[in-house]
Write a protein that binds this ligand. Structure first.
Ligand code: COI
Length: 355
């Protein structure tokens, strides 16, 4: 493999690859043998290395633990028929990570460190990339504050790590969601567009309440009026109403700029699928459920790719979505994305890098 950045690689003496059951993967539980690490001090990234995945020492006064200066990304690698490793749109994740970094007062991470760290890690742990259809290697790059200081200010030091996990399907079946009109994921001027730890922490309590009431996830509404649909759980959300694909715009700062969302929009454009990037209101959604014009609803995200929604609860009332045939947009787009990711169809937008 051609590399442009040289750094030390310390290999594990205790690989747990042979003891891993690839037919029984729970999302995020199994971590591969190695991780890439870089440290930021004195205004620059240094000490790049790959080492065995292992616990690390942090002081109890570590700033990230107290004030949440922590951001992450998620992308996936796939194995094609020839055994090559294909990574989907990692450069888009790198760009988004730097947008999150800026919002959270964290340092810019050069593309070369992100891409070379990932490439060399995947090359070393290539046997961890599952080959079964529906399985992939989830890649988790993240950055967090490293100052030992509990005054409230941006940290001066940071650590960037990439580790990977072999994963199966995120959701095994279509999900039920509840429109949330009390709690808020994000509001204008907040951190909703950043992939930062606190957004996920704040979502746990409302999601748990929905799960206790029997739903898999929430449909988040805007923080001001709770009248516009923003996201679904940890994903962007799309609806097909009267033949038009609808999804919330991502320029208002409250919604994550999903890379799967962007890929679905691109394919919809390629296929001349009518599409509008605009908010769907709760009352519009209710009406569409009542008059049968809601054809499809689905979440889009790296972990699930497409999460089909089977039921939506609005104001305490459950609405079942109509059954879909295999030519439904959400199935076709999932097939096309899988085809590109596993290398079985052409990649017209050059989304794949091969390792
Ligand atoms: C994604 O699907 O892209 C996510 O961010 C989910 C992750 C938090 C597990």
């Amino acid at each position: 493999m051609k590399t442009s950045l040289a750094f030390p690689i310390r290999k594990t003496q205790h690989s747990h690859l042979a003891g891993t059951d690839f037919s029984n993967l729970v999302f995020g539980k199994t971590i591969s043998d190695h991780m890439f690490v870089a440290d930021y001090r004195n205004g620059e990234w240094s000490d790049l290395r790959i080492e065995p995945y292992a616990p690390m020492q942090l002081n109890p006064s570590n700033a990230a633990l107290h004030y949440g200066q922590s951001i992450f990304e998620g992308m996936k690698a796939y194995k094609n028929e020839e055994g090559e490793i294909l990574v989907f749109r990692a450069d888009a994740n790198w760009s988004r990570m730097n947008e999150s970094a800026e919002r959270m007062c964290m340092p810019y991470l050069p593309k070369e460190i992100f891409m070379e760290g990932m490439t060399q890690l995947l090359d070393l742990d290539r046997d961890w990339v599952p080959s079964a259809k529906g399985s992939s290697l989830y890649i988790r790059p993240f950055m967090f504050a490293m100052d030992d200081y509990i005054g409230v200010k941006p940290s001066d030091t940071y650590r960037f790590i990439i580790f990977t996990c072999p994963v199966g399907n995120y959701y095994s079946k279509p999900v039920s969601v509840k429109v949330e009109t009390k709690f808020t994921r994000a509001t204008e001027g907040g951190t909703g567009a950043a992939k930062t730890a606190g957004n996920y922490a704040a979502s746990l309590y409302p999601a748990l309440q929905a799960q206790k009431a029997g739903y898999d996830q929430l449909l988040w509404t805007d923080g001001k009026t709770h009248s516009k649909i923003e996201e679904s759980g940890t994903m962007n959300v799309m609806f097909k109403i009267n033949g038009t694909l609808l999804t919330a715009p991502v320029n208002g700062g409250t919604i994550l700029k999903g890379i799967t969302r962007d890929s679905v929009i691109q394919l919809a454009k390629d296929w001349n699928q009518p599409l509008e990037e605009r908010f769907v209101t709760v009352s519009e959604l209710k009406e569409a459920l009542e008059n049968g014009s809601l054809e499809e609803a689905f979440g889009t995200g790296t972990a699930a790719t497409i999460a089909h929604i089977r039921l939506i609860n609005i104001d305490g009332k459950d609405y079942e979505l109509p059954g879909k045939t295999s030519d439904a947009f959400s199935y076709r787009v999932l097939d096309a994305l899988d085809g590109i990711k596993y290398g079985s169809i052409a990649d017209p937008h050059e989304w794949i890098i091969k390792i």
